[in-house]
Design a binder for this molecule. Sequence first.
Ligand code: TRP
Ligand code: SF4
Length: 400
Amino acid sequence: MYPDRVVSGMRPTGAMHLGHYHGALKNWIKMQTELPCLFFVADWHALTTHYDDPAVIERSTWDMLIDWLAAGIDPSQSTLFIQSRVPEHAELHLLLSMATPLGWLERVPTYKDQIENLANKDLATYGFLGYPLLQAADVLIYRASQVPVGEDQVPHIEMMREIARRFNHLYGKEKGFEEKAQDAVKKLGSKRARLYNELRTEYQQHGKDAALAQAKAMLDDAQSLSMGDRERLFGYLEGSRKLILVEPQARLTEAARLPGLDGRKMSKSYGNAIALREDKDTVSKKIKTMPTDPARVRRSDAGDPERCPVWQFHQVYSDAPTRAWVVKGCTSAGIGCIECKQPVIDAIIKEQEPMHERAQPYLDDPSLVRAMVADGNDAARKLALDTMRDVREAMGLAYT
Ligand code: TRP
Ligand code: SF4
């Protein structure tokens, strides 16, 4: 009923690195060519854990936007914006909070995990508990159908779906819905109206999914309907409720995972990261000093790629012949580690070249980023206001 749309966000808590690129950004870049996409800087989410250090958030926001553009997010295809510049996210968060059971928030796995992982911070805050609910508002406010995220975020998407379902259940009961829906059926014209009623009966009484699909396709074609009537007719097909919020799907990142230089997860705080726009010499130095299979003490010792983090980089960056060369050379001590690392260094530098090029105009003239994001904020806000109009009305806050 609502158009397919993609929404995702990232928290601006530090510079972006190649782990983010291979873990998330590549997926975004692919999706922007397939569907309308909205990508935003989740600055409020960053505050839930960095409330004592807001300066890093402001700085990282601009750096992150440049990193996205450098990586290939195209503002002529995607809408880029800053969460706090669309304050309706906060309004929806508040309204959703009224009917969200505390238990739903407390049992989200990241809640207890993060409190333990970040033991040096006091996260027993109201804002942190609400993290996944704010995230639900971020997505539901655009009636997004798909959310590209990593595995760890799946429970958040599950909760959003429950929130949307509960909202529609509680507030989708429009007064006089049945009559309004029947009026809308008449507006379809007599031939279509008859078909609509037949298909609806077929679906509701005999559970025929094909009938539902056919009816939906017919409504998609019925140009003359107003948005409100269209929603009613979609809701009426399946039951007697209006669908105000849409249940989104998680789109898991399939891109290869790139670990850090030491083989652990790549993270700035572990000191094992390569920045997205790292300069060439630093890339080269970082890879050259990367640990290798600890068993290869001397050049003449054979090694085992499976015990070497460089091998994981080859799996992301090298073609099959190069990988075969590594396996053979390593296990027979035919190549040295410095030699083995060179193709990785070359591939990373090659990957980053267009990123440096794309970033340059924005570095030369920061007002370009400001202007680009101002457009994005406006475009996002327009969509958000559409949904909020319906949400306010459904919750009795329209005051017309
Ligand atoms: N929680 C997400 C993360 O840590 C960031 C985020 C905030 C997000 N709001 C979102 C992701 C909405 C997808 C959709 O990665
Ligand atoms: Fe690692 Fe390559 Fe050295 Fe083998 S030869 S230990 S794979 S760096």
